[in-house]
Design a protein around this ligand. Structure first.
Ligand SMILES: [Zn+2]
Length: 238
């Protein structure tokens, strides 16, 4: 574990602006951030940041990937600056849209800090770009289910998250455009429209303070997605 920590910190030291962010996080936490390998994440270019704990888990593939490391550091940075997150409730687990909520929560952070990472020469959108083709394929395979099941909570959250990921977060590629074009089909149009509303809301929060972001996030969850307290809450740790 020490090994991973020093390896990751050496890599971060090559980007002084990112190292500054890490220092600011650690000043708030009052202790060093721990970088660990999480074998559960194996096979993905990805990581996970546990906010009040100050732990960054990385897939074995991502230990040297500064785009992934930088993204997780910036999630922690937002959190320690008092920015809110959507916390999935039991209802979202039972109904199968916990991961959609987590994705949406992340987009509020990512839309605000991806330009910072891109200015450092990093490529945080690459893993999102790689997901456009499989997401489009999965969506086509689900089209009949979506039609049959109707406007359920789970489709509302998961399809809105998929739309926002493609429209706001992904790099512009033919795969991305193909995925977005699926949302013009009649069965998906209502989710596209929710997605557009959420995109506009997230875009509005880019330069907002935590209080305002909390209000915008709350209105997305309660009014746009129409979710109850047992499905999702908005939380700030700092
Ligand atoms: Zn992220």
């Amino acid at each position: 574990m020490d090994d991973v920590n020093s390896r990751v910190r050496r890599a971060i030291a090559s980007l002084p602006y990112l190292a500054d962010k890490l220092n600011e996080i650690e000043a708030v936490l009052g202790r060093p951030v721990a970088f660990v390998i999480d074998p559960v994440l194996a096979g993905q270019a990805g990581g996970k940041a546990a906010c009040p704990e100050g732990v960054v888990s990385l897939s074995p593939e991502s230990v040297d990937n500064l785009s992934v490391i930088g993204e997780e550091i910036m999630h922690l940075h937002r959190c320690t600056r008092g920015y809110p997150a959507i916390v999935p409730g039991v209802r979202s687990v039972l109904l199968g849209y916990k991961s959609g909520l987590q994705a949406l929560s992340g987009f509020f952070d990512e839309h605000a800090f991806f330009p910072f990472l891109e200015n450092l020469g990093l490529d945080p959108r690459a893993p999102i770009g790689a997901r456009m083709e499989p997401t489009a394929r999965a969506l086509e395979a689900q089209m009949n289910d979506i039609q049959r099941e109707g406007f359920t909570e789970a489709w509302r959250v998961n399809l809105t998250a998929a739309y926002v990921q493609a429209a706001l977060m992904a790099p512009p590629t033919p795969d991305r455009d193909r995925l977005l074009a699926l949302f013009d089909r009649p069965v998906l149009r209502q989710y596209r429209d929710l997605g557009r509303t959420v995109c506009a809301a997230i875009d509005l929060t880019v330069n907002q303070q935590p209080d305002q972001v909390e209000r915008t996030m709350t209105s997305c969850v309660r009014e746009v997605l129409n979710l109850t307290d047992d499905a999702a809450t908005i939380r700030r740790w700092f």
